[in-house]
Write a new protein. Structure first.
Length: 403
């Protein structure tokens, strides 16, 4: 049904060895301008300010997710029989395109635009873009089917589970990829064992009891990666400063610099951002804008732009630190506007959420007698994690030298 390439295309990858492409629609999407845009967006947001080798991109991650999904639909017992050719193509494309709507600086940018990247992703897939045309030329209605998987409205919920669940291709790739590029070994897990022990039962993906140890390793890897990488306070400080400079620009109403206005104005208003404007918003664009803004006449914009450019980041302390009152007093005394120079955030991480009426996206274990059991009831380690004390971290951020 779908046209194949004249030979299997292979792209070298440090995580998966090779990315395999044998269908023209996949190859055409990879070569589209929208997908190539992901080369200009880092995977890890502010974490690259902490881990100097974490320069990998959403482009590489998206290819990795596609490769895991491709292997799933062709190798997992029960899954390759459960999906027809069109469904396999839909879910592979959903894996490839699940992050195509990301803006610069990873998830930090979503609060700047007040729109999730999934919304932009589905718009890019469906609103008559180059990608829409590629998908529709391959098969009528394909663009909506791909977007439905991403927005969890697909007629076959099994396909969405492969892309977004507690044990999915997205998480498996970003954990391994982020661990590799940050040099953090505890983020590694045995993906081969997990893929070998996945099955389909009752219309959903489950893991055999013999694969529980590999899944425990995956859960622990995710737990450690969040606290050591994704929630690192230096990365959070960088992201707070990004929020602060955009907040200041919005408050000013305009930057006063025509070249920067043309690039940033779409996100400084409350109007719906056009896809043509959004296409230009990548990290190269923002880096150029910050460089220009280092000469801005507004002292707050100028200072924040210089700090971001030069990695002169805010200090941080625990939210309940008794010195915080003094710090705020000193900031005011030194002329700092606390709206932009004092910030707070709180992070919390649940390594696994067991089945509840509100959360059906659970990991089910296929026991030896064929029954299904929630992972938290099949693993002592996971049971201990979810029934232990909840770990959270509350920080405040402020300029150094304010004490």
């Amino acid at each position: 049904m779908f046209e194949k390439t004249n030979e299997v295309k292979v792209l070298r990858d440090p995580i998966h060895g090779y990315i395999h492409v044998e269908y023209m629609v996949i190859w055409d999407v990879i070569n589209s301008s929208w997908f190539q845009r992901l080369r200009r967006i880092r995977q890890l947001g502010g974490a690259y300010m902490v881990y100097h080798c974490a320069e990998h991109t959403r482009f590489a991650h998206s290819l990795g997710v596609y490769e895991i999904v491709r292997r799933m639909v062709n190798e997992i017992e029960g899954l390759k029989e459960s999906l027809n050719e069109r469904e396999k193509m839909v879910v592979m494309l959903a894996g490839l395109l699940h992050d195509v709507g990301h803006g610069p600086f990873s998830h930090a940018f979503e609060s700047v635009t007040n729109t999730s990247h999934e919304v932009f992703t589905c718009r890019i897939i469906e609103e008559d873009t180059e990608i829409t045309k590629i998908l529709e030329n391959a098969a009528e209605g394909l663009s909506k089917e791909v977007a439905d998987v991403i927005r969890h409205t697909s007629e076959n919920p099994l396909m969405s589970q492969l892309i977004s669940s507690q044990l999915d291709a997205d998480r498996m790739d970003y954990l391994l990829r982020d661990a590799y590029f940050t040099g953090t070994k505890y983020g590694e897990f045995d993906i081969e064992r997990i893929l070998r022990t996945l099955r389909v039962q009752e219309g959903r993906l489950v893991v055999k009891q013999s694969g529980v140890y590999a899944v425990e390793n995956y859960i622990m890897a995710r737990y450690h990666m969040y606290w050591q990488i994704y929630y690192h306070p230096v990365a959070r400080s960088y992201e707070f400063m990004l929020h602060a400079i955009f907040r200041r620009l919005k408050d000013l109403g305009e930057t006063g610099y025509p070249a920067v206005d043309a690039l940033l104005q779409p996100i400084l208003t409350r109007k719906k951002i056009s896809l043509s404007s959004y296409f230009k918003l990548d990290e190269n664009t923002c880096s150029y804008a910050f460089e220009v803004l280092t000469e801005h006449e507004d002292p707050v914009v100028k200072d924040l732009a210089q700090r971001i450019r030069d990695r002169n980041l805010f200090e941080y302390a625990d939210r309940d630190d008794p010195q915080n009152t003094l710090r705020r007093k000193e900031l005011r005394k030194n002329g700092y506007d606390l709206k932009y120079y004092w910030g707070m955030d709180s992070v919390q991480q649940n390594p696994y959420i067991p089945y509840t009426d509100e959360s059906s996206e659970t990991i089910s274990v296929q026991m030896k007698n064929g029954t299904l059991r929630d992972l938290s009831n099949a693993s002592n380690i996971v049971y201990s994690l979810i029934h232990g004390p909840t770990l959270d971290d509350e920080k405040v951020f402020f300029p150094c030298g304010s004490e």
